[in-house]
Structure formats: C-alpha cells, structure tokens
Design a protein around this ligand. Structure first.
Ligand code: HEC
Length: 98
C-alpha cells in the first residue's frame, strides 16, 4: 500500500515535469505548424515574424485577438488550438520580435 502511494506520487511528479517541458517547447512547434504559413511571409498584412513594429500589444491582448480572429485570420487562426497553445505561439512571436 505504501509502495503504491510512493509510485503514484512519483508518476504525478514525472507527468508534471513532462508537461512543463512540453509547454516551454511548444510555442515554436505550434507556430511552425499553424501560424508560419502566413506570418513567415507577412501575407495579407499579417505581422511578419521578427517585425517588432508590426506586433502592437502584449501577450494577453494579442492572444485574445487571435482567439477572436482578425482580418483574414479566422478565429483561433482556423485551428482547434487551446487558449494556452495560442498564447505559447504568440509568446514565441513576441520573443522573436525583440
Ligand atoms: C491564414 C493566414 C494566417 C494564419 C494561419 C495565422 N495568421 Fe495571424 N494574422 C494573419 C493576418 C492577415 C493578420 C493581420 C490581420 C489584420 O490586421 O487585418 C494576423 C494577425 C495576427 C496577430 C496580430 C493581432 C493584432 O491584434 O494585431 C497575431 C498576434 C497573430 N496573427 C498571431 C497568429 C498566431 C499565433 C497564429 C497561429 C496560431 C496565426 N496568427 C495564424 C494571418 C494569419
């Protein structure tokens, strides 16, 4: 019984740890998969990756904007990404724009 508790605690810690690593790495992967097609080239007035002046707003307001959709960009950029995944991609764009 005691052994089982230790085992499940260890498992929980491992799962939490893995989640953190994934969250930290996700932004680029999500961006490359779901956002780069438009934002690498800046097509249809999309803020181009690395263009600091084009991104106006902070992480949360820009994330809200993507979730809502803007111009040619559909709500959630036409994806089924969750809020935190979109935020990770936005944060990646913001980091690249520095
Ligand atoms: C179909 C092409 C397309 C895709 C795919 C796309 N975007 Fe966009 N995005 C645009 C365009 C075009 C705009 C500019 C809209 C405007 O200003 O009219 C834009 C604007 C933005 C903005 C600025 C919003 C604002 O309020 O100024 C952010 C941030 C953004 N996109 C992030 C993302 C993220 C993150 C993804 C991937 C999850 C993504 N986009 C996918 C075309 C796209």
């Amino acid at each position: 019984m005691k052994h089982a508790i230790i085992m499940s605690t260890t498992l929980a810690i491992l799962l939490l740890g893995a989640g953190e690593v994934a969250a930290a790495a996700d932004g680029k992967a999500i961006y490359d998969k779901s956002c780069g097609a438009c934002h690498n080239t800046g097509m249809a007035k999309a803020p181009k990756l690395g263009d600091k002046a084009a991104l106006k707003g902070d992480s949360s307001s820009l994330t809200a904007s993507v979730i809502k959709g803007k111009g040619v960009m559909q709500p959630r950029a036409g994806t089924t990404l969750k809020d935190d995944e979109i935020q990770a991609a936005v944060d990646y764009m913001l980091a690249k724009a520095k």
